[in-house]
Design a protein around this ligand. Structure first.
Ligand SMILES: *Cc1c(COP(=O)(O)O)cnc(C)c1O
Length: 364
């Protein structure tokens, strides 16, 4: 068998940066979550193209690891999962769009129904197995307890979603758990699912029959205020286009937002906010932004992030040179570290990773 890693996107010499996705780490993260599920089935949430990493590669790797049930947001994503996993059970979290039932049935996809009208539409089109989403206190999707009492529909899966799972001791978790038990009593014998990544790791009463982790599979931290227990899956490296001298007192980049306080060497990297490197993670005189790693040295961003370029202060990184690579994610910089510098969460960094990268799928 060919053991060289698979690639997608443009070749590296036609673009600016390389995104490496470690499929072994992805599979290891799933096995870890499956162990935490203690006998409950461990599904995989692969919406938004497997959180930006690629359904076509992630789904076969997860299937080989043992995943039998997948969740996506939209039918088009479900069709992509069906191609990669012909025998899997596939749920569509965003439910049934009007006129969308035939496509779902054609590809053997199951909608997650969360509104009485949606149930009526699904049954009118011929029905088929579906999940029922009930609202236990997030006030987003799902039937109320009254609506659930009135429905005759028997779902293949009863599910709800926690609003505060990333903070395990938040009182809303216990409230939602108690509410979920009230719904369950209305659907005796129907398998139930409540846990996302954080709740799967929290375990205990949240596990039920099936867990639905997403972010933790991809190495993001599912917790708001705890160390990340998962293995990193993505590595992002951008080419150094040039290294220039910038005298003390001179600014770098748009808006002259950061003035160098010492004679500096500045490396210009071939990636920017159009590649999903949120502009908010730039550096100003008032606030340090994100870091890159060059030759093992942590180097702070210098000035604002441009569409296709990032300036980095490499004064303390003697190895920085034109044609070299700078690590933006990896070697200790997690997606959550970049996210913190950008004022957002790892989920948004992962799902925003650009389409211009040379992608390498390693460890499959
Ligand atoms: C996205 C999603 C998940 C996965 O959540 P993570 O926090 O990424 O583990 C589970 N259930 C539902 C309903 C979701 O929308």
């Amino acid at each position: 068998m060919d053991s060289s890693p698979r690639t997608s996107g443009p070749p590296l010499h036609e673009t600016g940066a390389r995104l490496t996705i470690d499929l072994s780490a992805l599979a290891a993260n799933w096995r870890r979550l499956a162990a935490c599920a203690h006998g409950a089935e461990c599904a995989a949430v692969v919406k938004a193209d497997a959180y930006g990493l690629g359904i076509a590669e992630a789904v076969p790797a997860l299937s080989r690891a043992g995943v039998r049930t997948f969740f996506v947001a939209h039918t088009v994503e479900g069709i992509a999962v069906r191609k990669a996993a012909p025998d899997a059970v596939i749920y569509i979290l965003n439910g049934l769009p009007s006129g969308g039932g035939d496509a779902m049935r054609q590809h053997d996809l199951r909608p997650v129904l969360g509104d009485p009208g949606e149930i009526t539409d699904w049954q009118a089109g011929g029905s088929g197995p579906a999940a029922l989403h009930v609202d236990t206190g997030m006030n987003r999707l799902g039937l109320t307890l009254d609506q659930a009492r009135r429905t005759e529909f028997r779902p293949a899966l009863l599910m709800s979603h926690l609003a505060c799972a990333d903070t395990p001791d938040h009182p809303r978790n216990a409230l939602q758990l108690a509410n979920f038990h009230a719904f369950r009593a209305l659907f005796p014998g129907v398998p139930a699912s409540l846990a996302n990544s954080a709740a799967t790791l929290t375990g205990g009463d949240y596990l039920f029959d099936l867990c639905r982790p997403g972010i933790a599979l991809y190495g993001g931290n599912p917790f708001a205020n705890r160390p990340n227990p998962m293995a990193p899956v993505v590595r992002l490296e951008a080419r150094i286009l040039q290294v220039r001298e910038v005298p003390a007192g001179e600014p770098v980049g748009y808006g002259a937002a950061e003035v160098m306080t010492r004679p500096s060497r500045i490396a210009i990297l071939s990636a920017g906010y159009a590649d999903g490197l949120h502009r908010q993670a730039g550096s100003t005189d008032a606030a340090r932004g994100a870091d890159a790693i060059i030759g093992g040295v942590r180097c702070p961003f210098a000035g604002r992030i441009s569409m296709d370029l990032i300036a980095v202060d490499v004064t303390d990184a003697p190895e920085a040179a034109r044609g070299g690579m700078a690590v933006l994610l990896g070697d200790g910089i997690g997606v959550d570290d970049y996210a913190r510098a950008a004022g957002t969460i790892g989920y948004e960094v992962l799902t925003g990773l650009g389409r211009r990268y040379h992608r390498v799928y390693a460890g499959g």
